[in-house]
Design a protein around this ligand. Structure first.
Ligand SMILES: [Zn+2]
Length: 158
């Protein structure tokens, strides 16, 4: 992937790659939009149902995005937002990847997704860690966690 510039389509490409490689058993029942956006200091990513506030209408003007949306029967849109601090190419790609994978676990567990909700709380007792490990993403998670522990403070405050 082109690492000189990170864009929303770069994010989407990465998400589809992870979906194909590690979540291929999880049906994509609606359109999942991924974009860079605002987030709090501690939250690197989030997953929500789209609302008028998420401003997806302007993104829908892009033909490729609109076509994917129209192909889905379920017209509700899931929006994954990744902190725009990850636009900085100093942040390793595996950290971005681990963040996307984390959000896909929520989708898998039925949070902000049309799939059946399988847990009461999205971060209940290690369910994300277990999900990632069962999908061969345990090492990625650890590596990202380590990098964040050692480096994130500098970026989070900037
Ligand atoms: Zn989460």
């Amino acid at each position: 992937m082109d690492e000189t510039q990170r864009t929303n389509s770069w994010l989407a490409e990465m998400m589809y790659e992870i979906w194909e490689d590690n979540f291929s058993d999880i049906p994509r029942k609606n359109f999942v939009l991924i974009k860079f956006g605002r987030s709090s200091k501690r939250q690197l990513g989030s997953i929500k149902w789209s609302s008028p506030r998420t401003k997806i209408r302007s993104l829908m003007k892009k033909r490729a995005i609109r076509e994917q949306y129209e192909a889905q029967d379920d017209k509700r849109v899931t929006v994954i937002t990744i902190t725009k601090k990850f636009l900085n190419t100093e942040i390793p790609e595996y950290v971005v990847k681990a963040t996307i994978a984390h959000e896909l676990c929520h989708y898998t567990h039925g949070f902000s997704s049309p799939l059946k909700q399988t847990y009461r709380h999205p971060h209940q007792g290690g369910i994300i860690r277990k999900e990632l490990e069962s999908r061969g993403l345990g090492e990625l998670r650890k590596k990202a966690k380590r990098w964040l522990k050692e480096n994130w403070q500098d970026y989070a405050l900037s």
